[in-house]
Design a protein around this ligand. Structure first.
Ligand code: COS
Length: 384
């Protein structure tokens, strides 16, 4: 197909090579990754070698030096094969590499970005706490300055990559009583004493191959030079990080949507009932038409948000819009994909039940659909 999305030759080439990699190396083991609930770390390393773990990091820091549009194309392709691997990649790039790149000083970037970008180490983003989910400012983790160190205490939950990460970015209250301005962000080495990996979530509804853990910080020592951004800027830094992350989640929605469409078209052409392929029945054909149309709309919203960001313009609203629409689209698409597959779709013999389970997380992680509607509407209404 000719280039209908206004992509550059370089963007198309990268998309095609990630597609080939995802089809060849990930798609065949996606179901096994889901069933075993184990993140294949060697695959992450391989992805690092391909430049997928530091996509927007400059080449001089061992990254691929690519733009947000290319990043989204890659996330889509990887997620189409396995959403668990797509999430691992999105959390690493969008929530760990990105804030260090955006808010880190030169020394921090030089120290932390190259190994992350090469995929030698994984990163995790530590925001969510038992009392701080949608209310991200409800953080109870504290960091107290003692000499040339910050002493961090607290508990984080649902942390993607947390069980394997070597580099963590985290938020903690440094000035109690000052609301969001009293929260700072830090880079922590996970092999320091006091960084404790707690319970690993098992039997999640979906994204079973992605690693989700509880983390405990018990007098974790963070050197003062690891403050990320200025003191009291942590909440805003993490909000800006999530704006970018949400574009990545939108791209994941497109990946799952595409997988649903591919499976549904194939099945509707092959499966015969009443002596004809079921795709000849309007009830099925129209489901596929709706799925394809909504998928295309989501893809364009994601590309738009990525382009706004690449252009250096404010992207909070387009990011939330693409995340909201693409995640809900992927939920509808996977629901309809199962319906098209009938009883077969309800079993693990076909991948559509996995798409359905994985899609649900996209409506929750990196801000629920309710939070996205809140962000979009308050930006429009401007009522304070
Ligand atoms: N970019 C830059 N600054 C931002 C921002 C953004 N996207 N969002 C908020 N801020 C700033 C505000 O401008 C405000 O600054 P001032 O104090 O200078 O006025 C400050 O941060 C506090 O913002 P706000 O008052 O909006 O904070 P709230 O406590 O009302 O929280 C929401 C806002 C609900 C949007 C936020 O908590 C949120 O996104 N929650 C969802 C969290 C989430 O996605 N978690 C998933 C983590 S899983 S990886």
């Amino acid at each position: 197909m000719s280039n209908i999305y206004g992509l550059t030759e370089e963007q198309e080439m990268m998309r095609d090579s990630v597609r080939e990699f995802a089809d060849g190396e990930i798609a065949g083991i996606a179901s096994e990754i889901d069933r075993s609930e184990e993140l294949p770390l060697d695959l992450c390393k391989q992805m690092g070698e391909m430049g997928l773990m530091g996509m927007t990091v400059p080449e001089e820091l061992d990254g691929a030096g690519l733009d947000m549009v290319t990043y989204c194309l890659a996330i889509e392709e990887v997620t189409r094969a396995s959403a668990s691997i797509g999430l691992t990649m999105a959390a690493h790039n969008g929530l760990v590499v990105a804030p260090i790149q955006m808010f880190g000083n030169e020394a921090q970037k030089k120290k932390y970005l190259p190994p992350l970008a090469r995929g030698e180490v994984l990163g995790c983003f530590c925001l969510t706490e038992p009392q701080a989910g949608s209310d991200a400012a409800g953080t109870q983790t504290t960091a107290v300055k003692k000499g040339d160190k910050w002493i961090v205490n607290g508990r984080k939950i649902y942390i993607t990559n947390g069980g394997f990460a070597k580099t963590a970015v985290l938020t903690a209250v440094t000035a109690p009583g000052q609301g969001t301005n009293g929260i700072s962000s830090f880079i922590a080495d996970t092999d320091h004493p006091g960084f404790i990996v707690g319970t690993t979530e098992k039997n999640k509804l979906g994204m079973r191959g992605s690693n989700t853990v509880e983390l405990l910080f018990e007098d974790l020592e963070v050197p003062e030079e690891n403050l990320l951004g200025g003191e009291g800027e942590g909440f805003k830094n993490f909000m800006k990080t999530l704006d970018g992350g949400r574009i990545g989640i939108g791209a994941m929605g497109v990946g799952i949507g595409q997988a649903c469409l591919d499976s549904s078209v194939k099945y509707a052409r092959e499966r015969k009932q009443f002596g004809k392929p079921i795709g000849t029945f309007q009830a099925i054909a129209h489901k596929i038409a709706t799925m394809a149309t909504e998928l295309e709309a989501a893809r364009l919203l994601v590309l738009h948000a990525a382009r706004v960001r690449d252009a250096g313009k404010p992207y909070t609203r387009p990011a939330s819009m693409c995340k909201l629409f693409a995640s809900e689209m992927s939920m509808r698409a996977s629901n309809e994909a199962i319906q098209i597959h009938g009883g077969y779709g309800f079993t693990i013999d076909y991948p559509v039940e996995r798409y359905f389970r994985d899609a649900k997380l996209l409506e929750i992680g990196e801000g629920t659909s309710e939070i996205q509607r809140h962000v979009i509407s308050r930006d429009l209404l401007n009522l304070g």
